[in-house]
Design a protein around this ligand. Structure first.
Ligand SMILES: C[S@@+](CC[C@H](N)C(=O)[O-])C[C@H]1O[C@@H](n2cnc3c(N)ncnc32)[C@H](O)[C@@H]1O
Length: 228
């Protein structure tokens, strides 16, 4: 694993980000069909998520929201870290993903759109979301981040993981190939395209923002951690 740390996070929003992605219906259909095979992505995504969970600073008794919970791999870790007394809720659009997480964790789950969180303000101490915002149209991301901030308690912490731009020759090459495939058929990439989220997180009113890029097998992932 190679890890890069970045400073000056609240600059201009990268103009190179791809605006559109697959629709909610296409996303649900894709992840319903993919099911447990999604776990194969761990060989290039796993280390970034481990890093994000370390930075999330989980403790027993906390309430945690995991947005785009997928097959539940990270949810097991979150549940363990907040036991005893904590509560972790997993949210996803895909009934198949929710069934997989339920079978793995027995957790409380919620079928909903990440862009319309069905929770009252200040409900959670922590919010985790990995490779979900990559699937959200650029125009919807400011409102989504505002909603993430709304459901966090003051002082609550959020960790986001997403595909990002390359930071060295191997990762730039991988991203160039990924973008070519994405331009031909976004669904071939699961709707995920590279993002650079730190400036948007800053604009949404979060503070204490850190940004790291973790490169695993040439695949670059951005880990953005921020506080409400
Ligand atoms: C790339 S997978 C990531 C899953 C998991 N977080 C991980 O890192 O392995 C994206 C997940 O987000 C869900 N998803 C996609 N769009 C969504 C939306 N608008 N609202 C809620 N979940 C969504 C998909 O069903 C899928 O489970």
């Amino acid at each position: 694993m190679i890890r890069f740390t970045f400073h000056s996070l609240c600059g201009t929003i990268a103009s190179t980000m791809i605006d559109n992605t697959i629709t909610r219906e296409e996303a649900q259909h894709f992840y319903d069909r993919l099911g447990v095979r999604h776990d194969l992505a761990e060989w290039y995504e796993g280390q970034a998520k481990v890093h994000a969970l370390e930075l999330l600073d989980l403790h027993p008794g906390q309430r945690v929201l995991n947005v785009g919970v997928g097959t539940g791999k990270e949810h097991i870790h979150i549940q363990d870290a907040i036991t005893p007394g904590g509560r972790a809720i997993g949210l996803d659009l895909s009934p198949v993903m929710l069934d997989l997480t339920r079978a793995r964790t027995g957790a409380q789950l919620c079928k909903a759109d990440a862009c319309a969180l069905p929770f009252v303000a200040s409900s959670f101490d922590r919010l985790f979301s990995s490779y979900l915002i990559d699937l959200i149209p650029l125009a919807d991301i400011p409102a989504l981040l505002a909603d993430f901030r709304r459901v966090l308690k003051p002082g609550g912490r959020m960790a986001l993981v997403s595909l990002t731009e390359g930071v060295d020759l191997p990762s730039r090459t991988v991203v160039a190939m990924w973008k070519t495939a994405y331009a031909l058929r976004p669904s071939a990439c699961g709707g995920c395209r590279p993002l650079q989220l730190a400036a948007l997180v800053c604009q949404a009113g979060f503070c204490q923002i850190s940004r790291h890029v973790v490169v695993q097998m040439g695949f670059p992932s951005e880990v953005v951690v921020a506080t409400r």
